[in-house]
Design a protein. Structure first.
Length: 482
C-alpha cells in the first residue's frame, strides 16, 4: 500500500530529530566534517542470544533467515569444515575452480539502520507500527534475515553491520579450495588491484523538486553517504564506499565533488522511491558532472515494491528513461537487469511491456555498448527466474554483467527457491542439496555459489570474470585516507 506520508506525525518529527535526519545548512563544508558516528571492531556484536521464542517470532524466522548455523560454524574448533563432502567438492570443482574468492567484487549490497545510535540512518515510521501491518511485517522479516533483533531499538544499527561483517569474514574456509591453507578467505587480502570488497549502498532522501529540501514524509529509508564512507574507512579490507545523491537537492553537484574526493566512484539511484525521472532534461548538469568525475551510476531498473512506505512510483523504473543519461556519456549499471515489472514502451505508443524487454532493447543498441551494464543482484528471486534463464542463454550479454547480491534481500528465505531453479533446469538435484546446505551457514556464500552453478539449456554459464571488478567500469579512486 502506498501511504504517501500519512505517518507524518509529531512522533515522526521527534524521531527525525533524535536520529539526526536533518539537512546540513553548510553545503560547502567537508562531507565528513560533522559526522561523528564510528563503528569500532570492539563494538561489534556476535550472534544475539536466543531464548524461548513466540509463535510470531518463529514465523519471522521461517520467512526470514531460517538458517541453523552461524557463518563461524563453517570451521569447528579444530579447524575442520562440517560441510558434507559433496558440497565441499562442488565448491572446489565447480564454484571456485577458476575464481579466487579474494577477487570477488559485490557491486550491490545495502546498509541500513534506524539511526538511534547516531548513524543518521532513518526508516519510515510505517515500519514501526502495526497500524500498517504489511510494512511492519516486511520490516520484521528483513530484520530477521539480517539477524537484527532490535531494529526499533538502539542496538539495531550495530546488530546489522555486525552480522554483515561476520558473514564476509567467514565467507569460505580456505582449506576447501587449497588444503594447504587455513582459516577463511575473504576480502582482507589486497592481492589484486581490486580486492574482495563489498559495495555499501547509502540511500538518499526524497527531495522536493521545487525547493530541493529533504521530505521526511515521503522518504521510505535514508542512509547518509557519510555512513558508507565511515564504514569503508573503519574496515578498508572489506568495504568500498558508494554514494547516493538525489539530483533534486540544491547541493547535488557539490556533493558529487565531495564524494569523489573521498574515493567514491559509484552513485546509487532508486528512482521509484527517491522520486526522480531519469529522463528529466534538468538533470543534464548532474550527468555531465558524473562523467567529468569519471563516476558510474547504479540505477534500479524495473518495479520495486520493497521501499514503498513513502513515495512510490514504479513508472520511474522504466529502463528507457535512462537514455538521457546514456546520451550524455554516463556509464550505467542497471540493477537486477530490470527483470521485474512492466513499463510503458515510450518508443511504441506507450503500450505496457516487461521492463526486462525494454532493458534488452537498450543493451542491444550499438551506441550503448561499453556504457550500459546489468547487475545480477536478486536475479535468482522466484519471480525473476524466467528472465534469468534468458540472460544465461544470451551469451552476448555476459561481458556486460557484474556481480551483486542485494544483501540482505537474498538472505530472506522466501526470496530464492532452489527447487524452482531446479525445475527450470538451471541446477541439478545434487547442486540443490549443496546450495540448501550453504544457505544454512552463510547467505553470501550461497549467493555466489548459486550464480556460479547456474546453466542455460545449452550449458551456458556465467563467466568467472563477472564476479570480479569489471574492466570497463571506472576503478575506485584512492584517497589520502586509504
Amino acid at each position: 500500500t502506498n501511504n504517501w506520508g500519512v505517518c507524518a506525525t509529531l512522533q515522526t518529527m521527534a524521531a527525525k530529530e533524535s536520529r539526526g535526519f536533518e539537512k546540513d545548512d553548510d553545503s560547502k563544508s567537508s562531507l565528513m566534517q560533522k559526522y561523528k558516528f564510528t563503528v569500532k571492531e570492539d563494538c561489534l556484536s556476535g550472534p544475539p542470544t536466543t531464548g524461548n521464542t513466540s509463535w510470531l517470532e518463529y514465523i519471522y524466522f521461517k520467512l526470514g533467515r531460517n538458517c541453523s548455523y552461524e557463518p563461524e560454524d563453517l570451521l569447528d574448533n579444530e579447524g575442520v569444515c562440517p560441510l558434507s563432502p559433496g558440497t565441499q567438492q562442488i565448491l572446489r570443482e565447480r564454484v571456485f575452480h577458476d575464481l579466487d574468492p579474494r577477487d570477488i567484487v559485490d557491486y550491490h549490497c545495502h546498509i541500513m539502520g534506524n539511526g538511534f545510535t547516531g548513524s543518521q540512518c532513518y526508516m519510515h515510521d510505517c515500519y514501526y507500527t502495526w497500524r500498517y501491518p504489511l510494512q511492519k511485517l516486511k520490516a520484521m522479516v528483513f530484520s530477521n534475515a539480517a539477524q537484527v533483533t532490535d531494529y526499533d531499538d538502539k542496538f539495531g544499527d550495530i546488530q546489522y553491520i555486525s552480522r554483515f561483517i561476520r558473514l564476509i569474514k567467514h565467507f569460505v574456509p580456505a582449506g576447501i579450495i587449497n588444503p594447504s591453507m587455513t582459516g577463511f578467505i575473504h576480502g582482507r587480502y589486497n592481492m589484486l588491484p581490486f580486492d574482495a570488497f563489498y559495495d555499501l549502498l547509502p540511500f538518499d532522501a526524497v527531495y522536493d523538486a521545487v525547493t530541493g529540501e529533504q521530505d521526511v514524509n515521503l522518504t521510505s529509508m535514508y542512509v547518509p553517504n557519510e555512513y558508507s564512507i565511515q564504514l569503508a574507512t573503519e574496515f578498508p579490507e572489506l568495504f568500498n564506499p558508494v554514494g547516493s545523491v538525489n539530483p533534486h537537492r540544491h547541493d547535488a553537484l557539490d556533493i558529487l565533488e565531495q564524494l569523489s574526493q573521498h574515493g567514491v566512484n559509484i552513485v546509487l539511484w532508486l528512482p521509484n522511491a527517491m522520486g526522480m525521472d531519469p529522463s528529466d532534461e534538468t538533470f543534464v548538469p548532474f550527468y555531465n558532472k558524473i562523467k567529468e568525475l569519471d563516476m558510474i551510476m547504479l540505477v534500479h531498473g524495473g518495479s520495486d515494491n520493497i521501499l514503498n512506505a513513502g513515495f512510490h512510483d514504479n513508472s520511474l523504473g522504466n529502463p528507457l528513461l535512462l537514455r538521457r543519461a546514456l546520451d550524455c556519456g554516463v556509464k550505467i549499471i542497471t540493477a537486477h537487469c530490470a527483470s521485474a515489472g512492466y513499463a510503458a514502451d515510450i518508443d511504441n505508443d506507450n503500450r505496457s511491456v516487461p521492463c526486462f524487454e525494454l532493458w534488452l532493447r537498450l543493451m542491444k543498441e550499438e551506441k550503448y555498448k561499453g556504457q550500459l551494464f546489468g547487475d545480477m543482484s536478486q536475479i535468482c528471486a522466484v519471480h525473476r527466474v524466467p528472465n534469468l534463464k534468458q540472460i544465461l542463454e544470451d551469451t552476448e550479454l555476459h561481458d556486460r554483467l557484474v556481480y551483486g547480491s542485494d544483501y540482505p534481500i537474498h538472505a530472506v528465505n522466501v526470496v530464492v527457491h532452489t527447487s524452482r531453479l531446479q525445475r527450470f533446469g538451471m541446477i541439478t538435484s545434487e547442486e540443490k542439496v549443496c546450495l540448501d546446505e550453504l544457505f544454512q551457514y552463510n547467505c553470501l556464500l550461497f549467493d555466489v555459489a548459486c550464480k556460479r552453478l547456474l546453466r542455460g539449456s545449452g550449458g551456458e554459464k556465467l563467466p568467472a570474470d563477472m564476479f570480479k571488478n569489471h574492466s570497463l567500469i571506472p576503478a575506485r579512486k584512492t584517497t589520502p585516507h586509504d
